[in-house]
Design a protein around this ligand. Structure first.
Ligand code: TYD
Length: 211
């Protein structure tokens, strides 16, 4: 079995997409088949759920929000992620269970342990081999999102600074609790330096040279 499941986590604007694109190209250059995907929205059903959870105008109850992310995850894991791992591909995914724990469990106050168990149930226990946490000062991340989007924040991005501070510390606490799964990278470093650190860890995981 050479299939691997790598997740990228971190607040909004930390550079997950850019880093995933660079990593994906590098793995492909080394002859690996990569599946780039994301949550929410990695399936047809998930695209509809993403629209509901990120762009619904009225109030969305926190538990409903948590269950929408879990429903998206259940569909995605069963129909996309597990089959790709079984085909010996490398799944490179923006956001997974840790995002639900940080955003819904901690920042929304639903309880990290409860949200994790709902999410793990939804994913039928699938755990990442490696989770890359891009850590960045919240104001810097938000400024990047604002610059890229011209101030059009989605429902989650529009939350106050304190919400995002609590997301950030929740991610760091998870990384502390599971150091063997997490690689924490300072996302204030240059794109090249961040990518270099990611490649070094991924090279060990997939047994290729990091140059
Ligand atoms: P993302 O796709 O990273 O945003 P974008 O493409 O706009 O950069 O994530 C969408 C938002 O969903 C993000 O603010 C984090 C949030 N989210 C949760 O709150 N819980 C979750 O379980 C997941 C997967 C995402």
């Amino acid at each position: 079995m050479t299939g691997r499941f790598i997740t990228l986590e971190g607040g909004d604007g930390v550079g997950k997409t850019t880093q995933a694109e660079l990593l994906s190209a590098w793995l492909a250059d080394h002859g690996r088949t990569v599946l780039r995907t994301r949550e929410p929205g990695g399936t047809d059903l998930g695209v509809r759920i993403r629209e509901m959870v990120l762009h619904e105008r009225g109030h969305v109850a926190p538990r409903a929000e948590a269950l929408l992310y879990a429903a998206d995850r259940a569909q995605h894991v069963e129909t996309v992620v597990r089959p790709a791992i079984a085909r010996d591909e490398i799944v490179l995914q923006d956001r997974y269970i840790d995002s639900s724990v940080a955003y819904q469990g901690v920042a929304r106050g639903l309880g990290g342990d409860q949200v994790r168990s709902v999410s793990e149930w939804a994913a039928d226990g699938l755990a990442p081999d490696l989770t890359i946490l891009l850590d960045l000062d919240v104001s810097v991340g938000r400024a990047r999102v604002a610059a890229a989007r011209g101030d059009t924040f989605d429902r989650l991005e529009s939350e106050a600074q304190a919400f995002h501070e609590s997301v950030r510390s929740a991610f760091l606490a998870m990384a502390d609790a599971e150091p063997e799964r997490f690689l924490v990278i300072d996302a204030a470093a240059s794109t090249e330096d961040v990518q270099r650190a990611i490649r070094a860890a991924v090279a060990r995981l997939v047994a290729i040279d990091a140059v």
